[in-house]
Design a protein around this ligand. Structure first.
Ligand code: ADP
Ligand code: MG
Length: 283
């Protein structure tokens, strides 16, 4: 299949025709005797929105934090944009960090800072820019995520849940990252707010050429914006692929999740040949 995403073969490895922007191999993470991830493998391709799902407490946030080096791993290798943090010196690590944007599950914004100041936190950390330029950039990001200009000087406590998520997304985009990590970005939003946020993510992916790694519980997001889905179960990525791959996968949790009552109202029947096949063969 022809791919219209930019290819950067120099710094990324390849899987078939696709650039792999994140690859995790045999990643094991444990807290004392408790093994959370056991030899997990995952690839994320340039330009895709990957939806990462799994039951609560299975290690989705742990994986994200491990990839970002906020948690130690027991073994395994992780390459991001073709580079292994373990092989980099400090300036190189900083340079790579700048190419990543993160929206954490908790603590999306600093409550004592305005939206503009929150967005400028990564700029202050990594860049040395004049205040006027940082203001200009912050306002650009605010517009980019669909917030009104006057949101800039508001504090998080003055914002709705949806606006907080957008402001946090603006901060994640502060340094023009290539790869964005979103941990349950639509949790806590009403369905309309969540759908609008999903649309924003898809639009930004298209206009900025982002790759998006999104942990989500939201079936609507999985069906509407995710190109591919990876399911965490049994301490590793149990299955990854399209919605059809999920529907065809023989595992009780995957079946219940993707074919449950809630899913049935979302799966467009014409797009669910696997579901139909299973249904027919069950007769
Ligand atoms: N810093 C930590 N120390 C000990 N256990 C942790 C830590 N962080 C996460 N865990 C445990 O790892 C498991 C996976 O957690 P998490 O990744 O947050 O789940 P989720 O898939 O819901 O995001 C949970 O059992 C959690 O209690
Ligand atoms: Mg989590």
């Amino acid at each position: 299949m022809a791919d219209d995403v930019d290819q950067q073969p120099i710094e990324t490895s390849k899987n078939g025709n696709r650039d792999v922007v994140l690859s995790a191999r045999d990643v094991t993470v444990a807290f004392g005797p408790k093994v959370v991830l056991d030899k997990l493998n995952l690839d994320i391709y340039r330009g895709e929105i990957l939806g990462f799902v799994g039951a609560s407490g299975t290690g989705k946030s742990v994986l994200m934090r491990t990839v970002l080096r906020l948690l130690p791993r027991r073994s395994g290798t992780i390459k991001i944009l073709g580079q292994d943090f373990d092989e980099l010196d400090e300036p190189e690590r900083n340079a790579l960090d700048m190419r990543l944007g993160v929206l954490f599950q908790q603590g999306a914004l600093f409550s004592s800072l305005t939206v503009k100041e929150n967005i400028q936190v990564p700029m202050r950390e990594y860049l040395d820019l004049p205040a006027s330029l940082m203001d200009e950039l912050a306002h650009l990001k605010i517009r980019m995520v669909g917030l009104a200009a006057d949101a800039a000087d508001k504090y998080p406590s003055e914002l709705s849940g949806g606006m907080i998520k957008r402001a946090a997304l603006a901060r994640a985009l502060a340094l023009d990252p290539e790869l964005v990590f979103l941990d349950e970005p639509t949790s806590g939003l009403d369905p309309i707010g969540a759908a609008e946020f999903d649309e924003l993510i898809a639009n930004l992916r298209d206009s900025l050429g982002l790759t998006v790694y999104m942990v989500t519980h939201d079936l609507d997001s999985l069906f509407s914006v995710c190109d591919r889905i990876a399911v965490l179960g049994k301490k590793r990525v149990m299955v990854e692929g399209t919605i059809d791959d999920m529907l065809a996968y023989d595992d009780p949790w995957v079946q219940a999740y993707f074919k449950g009552k809630r899913a049935r109202s979302i799966v467009p029947q014409d797009d669910a040949p696997a579901a139909r096949a299973q249904h027919d063969s069950g007769k």
